[in-house]
Design a protein. Structure first.
Length: 96
């Protein structure tokens, strides 16, 4: 938490721009639908950028950014300083 707060202050950042997911999600195996099978290691790897804002309590927003070559939706995430929710909302509105 402290590192992120210092980063915002030292670099005079309004926000941090990251991908929402670390990579495109793989296809779900057919057996997963029937059994509820889950690959926790893969899920944690995919969601690595999402935890930063959530864990530190910073406002975040995920914004759709188009489609991959495979036709899958991709998104970016904006993380703002504490109490700067308006930064996230303004960026999301501008990208819409």
């Amino acid at each position: 938490v402290q590192y992120l707060q210092e980063l915002f202050k030292e670099k005079d950042l309004s926000g941090i721009f990251t991908p929402t997911l670390a990579s495109l999600p793989p296809r779900m195996p057919a057996s997963a639908k029937a059994t509820g099978e889950s690959n926790t290691t893969l899920i944690m790897k995919l969601l690595q950028y999402i935890f930063l804002g959530n864990l530190c309590g910073h406002p975040c927003i995920s914004i759709p950014a188009g489609l991959s070559k495979e036709g899958l939706p991709v998104a970016v995430q904006v993380i703002a300083k504490h109490w700067d929710e308006h930064v996230c909302l303004r960026l999301a509105n501008a990208m819409d």
